[in-house]
Design a binder for this molecule. Structure first.
Ligand code: DGY
Length: 328
């Protein structure tokens, strides 16, 4: 049957699923991604690839790897794949929708709460011996309960964040370019312009995919509109925020803080000025990192591969190649 290259060790039964369908599976053994040349060498031999957001799958690779029929990304985002080139080359690209939104929304809320209530900062201080005595003035922060949250992007993850926000008695605003009739009402969300949202929200949480349209969606102008106390939460993609502008806003104190699960680049070098702000939390792109969710994601990617190598269409395509390649 087919040759499948899995670019990292993955949790769950994904490899068993692929082997059970009769495929030969090679798993990159390291915890770091395969370097460009190793990725290329492996893909030249592969009929299918199970990839991560950290694997750049560009045009040259898609053309050169002429056996490759499907790139199954273990992620809902797929900005690491050149989708136009994949379609032109006849390669299916797939993602993992519907399985990670609750887990990612949990992290967005964890970051929101942690930033507001100084969870990370006070933990660090405690470990450094800073806990002298209960203090009426130490580590004060804004109340999430009853505050206004602005959700930018009302897809699966944005909707899951909105549901959580109601549990915290929040007023929920959403800015979305996609029209989903009835959804705002169903979720108890007020649909507003991005500008309006930024002016009114105490917490701004980003949930748009990364694309040329959303690149630097939050830049200096947008940051300038936010409240001085507002906290920006980004669990989407680093490129949605203009990081230089964010650093400037934090320096000038025109926003209250930021909690970032995604940055540009990833990992963010330790010399980056963002690490210098006590009101910034940075986590290493762990939005979907629960045991169950990561296993689901890997298994879903594997099922997409099994479908394509079995001669069917994938279950979760993000492109539609006019002439799909067939396994040689
Ligand atoms: C995704 O699914 O796009 C995440 O960023 C990876 O968990």
């Amino acid at each position: 049957m087919g040759q499948v290259f899995v670019t990292r060790r993955v949790p769950g039964r994904a490899v068993e699923l692929l082997q059970g369908a009769g495929h030969d599976v090679a798993v990159w053994p390291d915890d770091l991604p395969p370097p460009a040349n190793a990725l290329r060498e492996s893909l030249l031999q592969a009929d299918a690839a199970l990839t991560m957001v950290t694997d750049p799958i560009g045009q040259d690779l898609l053309i050169e790897a002429e056996r490759l029929c499907v790139v199954a990304n273990m992620a809902v985002g797929y900005d690491n794949i050149d989708i136009v080139a994949a379609s032109q080359a006849g390669v299916w690209a797939t993602n993992t929708p519907g399985v990670l939104h609750e887990t990612t929304a949990d992290l967005a809320f964890a970051l929101l709460l942690a930033a507001a209530r100084n969870v990370v900062l006070s933990d660090r201080d405690t470990r450094d011996g800073g806990w002298q005595m209960w203090s009426p003035t130490a580590f004060l922060g804004p109340d999430p309960f009853g505050a206004t949250i602005g959700i930018v992007g009302l897809g699966e993850i944005g909707q899951a964040v909105a549901r959580r926000a109601h549990g915290f008695g929040m007023t929920v605003l959403a800015a979305t370019r996609t029209s989903r009739p009835g959804i705002e009402q169903e979720l108890g969300v007020e649909k507003v312009s991005l500008n309006d949202l930024l002016q009114r929200a105490d917490f701004v949480s980003l949930h748009v995919p990364y694309s040329p349209v959303t690149e630097h969606l939050i830049g200096s102008q947008e940051l300038a509109v936010m409240k001085e106390t507002a906290i920006l939460v980004n669990t989407a993609r680093g490129g949605v925020v203009d990081q230089d502008a964010l650093v400037e806003a934090l320096r000038a104190g025109t926003i209250g803080g930021a909690a970032l699960d995604v940055t540009v680049p990833e990992p963010l070098p330790l010399t980056h000025p963002l690490y210098g702000f006590p009101n910034v939390i940075i986590t290493p792109h762990i939005g979907s990192a629960s045991f169950a969710t990561r296993a689901h994601m890997a298994e879903m990617a594997a099922r997409n591969i099994v479908a394509v190598l079995g001669g069917a269409e994938p279950l979760n395509p993000v492109n539609q190649p006019p002439v799909p390649r067939n396994r040689a």
